[in-house]
Design a binder for this molecule. Structure first.
Ligand code: NDP
Length: 402
């Protein structure tokens, strides 16, 4: 029987999740899209009605306010909450889900507003309470984290006896033509990119300066050759815990020289600060002000051309011999926009959020407790992800220039 969901957040990702859930009506029976600015929900609902001929309902909610969120969940009684607002709200939403015994899914780990700290500890701490309440939480069901975790689980299950090294590579070969804009929420994006880099080496995380190390990467299928920079990304934390054979884990993301030049200037003049400063007698956070003047990621859909290539390059052992493998997806910005009205970064996040939710509601990934993607059997997810828009390729890395 089709289930009821509430999607929280009506940005670029929220649009894709709402569209993809509405398209999978055998799983998602009733859909409520709730966010802080109701007009954004209504615009998405109108677009879905036009594209798919299906109605979804809208609601206003401030997910920082646990009481009003709990009241909304009590009133609506959804089976599952898909949280695609901001990482700041992970804990309030998990708490409301616990109070109302509602399953929970998100795409980014909790971050406190006052420090750019990325860790799962606060969310993993809910495991026993969720287990006791008989509800399930799926953490990080986007692309990275998300599909990259499932790729790693798939490699561990089918391709390797032991994985020793992983390099997660995230290339955005797209161009939106703006002098400076971020592909997802600017505040979250800039916090992530300017934070100290951490990578995993011989049983511990090693810290280095942000973006200090870079290399060239030639993507398959003529997506192009790009400079990729090492930075910390949250899936490293869960992957090294869940696959203890891994001795080195790194995350790499592509940036254009133009993006880096703007970022450097913004940092130098203090615009990326997340501590309060007094302006005209009021406290403001410079990065939040910067977000207000930068293009909204959801407005980049019609402008962005090109493709993304995100994958996991793994090295390890199989049958006593050394082995390597590269598993990836390539996604076109233009095709994502044509289908959903959002560019590929929102698309590659929103599609796995929908599919993770489907895995839970279909009962394939519904253990009580708090889980990362790789804690579940990767096969049902890998069998369906291509059909909903993100096909994957497993390649012999000898043909990758690395
Ligand atoms: P946007 O900024 O475009 O959208 C965020 C939405 O959340 C907006 O509609 C915003 O409302 C709403 N919102 C913010 N605060 C609240 C609140 N307190 N209560 C209710 N709604 C709120 O971001 P994106 O769509 O680009 O990203 C969404 C999430 O996806 C982020 O957490 C991001 O980290 C994550 N992400 C994950 C990726 C992955 O691969 N795992 C990749 C990319 C993103 P308003 O319009 O009023 O501001």
């Amino acid at each position: 029987m089709a289930k009821k969901i509430i999607i929280i957040g009506a940005g670029g990702v929220g649009r894709v999740v709402a569209y993809k859930c509405a398209a999978a009506k055998e799983t998602f029976g009733e859909i409520v899209l709730a966010s802080r600015t109701p007009a954004k929900c209504e615009a998405i609902a109108a677009d879905i009605a036009e594209r798919l001929g299906r109605g979804i309902r809208c609601a206003a909610v401030d997910a920082d306010d646990e009481k009003s969120l709990t009241a909304l969940l009590e009133k609506e009684q959804p089976d599952l909450v898909i949280h695609v607002a901001l990482p700041y709200q992970d804990i309030t939403i998990m708490e409301s889900c616990l109070k109302t015994r509602t399953h929970y899914l998100d795409t980014a780990n909790y971050e406190p507003r006052d420090t750019a700290r990325f860790e799962y500890a606060k969310q993993w701490a809910y495991h026993e309470r969720y287990e006791k309440a008989g509800i399930s939480a799926l953490l990080g069901s986007g692309f990275d984290p998300g599909v990259t975790n499932v790729y790693t689980a798939y490699l561990a299950k089918h391709i390797f006896d032991t994985i020793r090294e992983i390099d997660i590579i995230d290339v955005n070969g797209g161009d939106h033509g703006k002098p400076f804009a971020t592909n997802f929420n600017p505040e979250i994006n800039i916090r992530e990119v300017t934070a100290a880099c951490r990578h995993y080496e011989e049983g511990r995380f090693v810290e280095s300066a942000p973006l200090a190390l870079h290399r060239r990467f030639a993507c398959p299928e003529e997506v192009g050759e790009y400079d990729i920079y090492r930075l910390y990304h949250e899936e490293l934390e869960s992957l090294v815990k869940n696959f203890p054979g891994i001795t080195r884990a790194q995350f790499w993301m592509s940036f254009s020289q133009n993006y880096l030049k703007h970022l450097e200037v913004l940092q130098n003049v203090g615009m990326t600060r997340i501590d309060p400063v007094i302006y005209n007698g009021a406290e403001i956070i410079p990065l939040q002000f910067l977000k207000a003047v930068l293009p909204e990621p959801s407005s980049l859909g019609p402008l962005t051309k090109g493709r993304t290539c995100i994958g996991v390059l793994a090295k390890g052992m199989k049958d006593g011999k050394e082995k390597s493998a590269f598993i990836y997806n390539i996604c076109s910005h233009e095709e994502a926009y044509l289908e959903t009205g959002s560019q590929a970064i929102s698309f590659t996040t929103g599609v796995p959020a929908m599919l993770g939710a489907k895995m839970m509601l279909d009962g394939k990934w519904l253990k009580p407790g708090v889980y990362n993607m790789e804690n579940h059997d990767p096969d049902p997810f890998m069998n369906e992800i291509g059909g909903v828009g993100l096909p994957w390729v497993l390649q012999d890395p000898a043909s990758i220039r690395w």
